[in-house]
Design a protein around this ligand. Structure first.
Ligand code: TA6
Length: 282
């Protein structure tokens, strides 16, 4: 490990801390390969981590960037959002650069994953910070000799000052599935999407860039190879039913998730797939 990359603990769980020479910092939990916090140089943390998140090495951590794999949500027979967020990943590579710092974590099938999903795979999360950006690349390889398919998401909890003041730009013209209205297909007509109630939508067709505006700052979101984007805020009632969220937590978070949901990824033996999400602080 170096000055830019060190092992640390957060609430008793192992995390890897990345820093860049210009002062950006990120914390990544080995449990779930989950980015828990990202503070661009000279800025504030841009990710929401619930103050009531559970760090017991078994429960999914509420906040940051959980990875949903090999199933998004309840669209299949696996536990919700699959198992990757509840597995311990191994650090396989670290790279401190002059203006970036990178770590790669790896998860391969094991007894527990095979009991749920009988496939041989190798998954890698590469997380890099620097120049006002957080880049997360997720790669999956079929290491077995039979094909499999999966859905996935980088379930990013953005930290916002006041969710009702947020404007999301870039979704206009996209079809979406409205999960709070019986999964009805709809068309986004608004140039700026605002959040004033429970929202759970799967938009089809990730735009080249999404902008999340707040009064005092903007975040750009760019995804590659992730054809869907999920927007989620539980709002007051659902939030009250989440034991690991404070009652007013919904006001300070907004999930914008690069995802592959409508059309599952099909991988033949030996094939691999990757998807990437970049957040750019502005
Ligand atoms: O991505 C949105 C979603 O699928 C919602 O339906 C919501 O339940 C959320 O994920 C959180 O899921 P979790 O299992 O982490 O409570």
């Amino acid at each position: 490990m170096t000055d830019q990359i060190e092992m640390a603990e957060l609430h008793g769980q192992p995390v890897i801390k990345l820093q860049t020479p210009d002062g950006a910092v990120a914390l990544i939990s080995l449990f779930g390969a989950q980015v828990l916090s990202w503070t661009p140089a000279g800025g504030e943390d841009r990710l929401y981590l619930s103050p009531k998140a559970v760090f017991d090495g078994e429960t999914a951590i509420r906040g940051g960037v959980p990875v949903c794999f090999p199933q998004f949500g309840e669209l299949g027979t696996l536990p919700k959002h699959g198992f990757a967020r509840k597995q311990r990943w191994e650090v396989t590579n670290t790279r401190p650069g002059k203006d970036f710092t990178l770590v790669t974590l790896r998860l391969v099938d094991n007894e527990e994953t095979r009991a749920l999903w009988p496939h041989a795979f190798a998954a890698e999360m590469s997380i890099a910070i620097g120049a006002g950006r957080l880049d997360i690349e997720f790669e999956v390889e079929n290491t077995g000799d039979t094909p499999f398919s999966f859905t996935a998401a980088l379930h990013t909890y953005l930290k916002v000052k006041e969710v009702e003041a947020v404007r999301i730009e870039g979704l206009r013209g996209l079809e979406y599935r409205d999960c709070v209205d019986g999964n009805t297909p709809k068309l986004e007509m608004n140039t700026s999407v605002i959040i004033e109630e429970k929202v759970d939508r799967i938009y089809h067709g990730m735009p080249p860039a999404l902008l999340v505006h707040e009064d005092h700052r903007t975040l750009g979101i760019h995804a590659e190879n992730c054809p869907d984007v999920v927007i989620w805020n539980p709002w007051e009632h659902k939030c009250a039913n989440l034991a690991d969220m404070p009652a007013d937590g919904f006001r300070h978070m907004l999930c914008v998730e690069a995802a592959v949901v409508r059309q599952p990824v099909e991988l033949a033996a030996g094939e691999s797939w990757w998807g990437r999400q970049s957040l750019v602080a502005m």
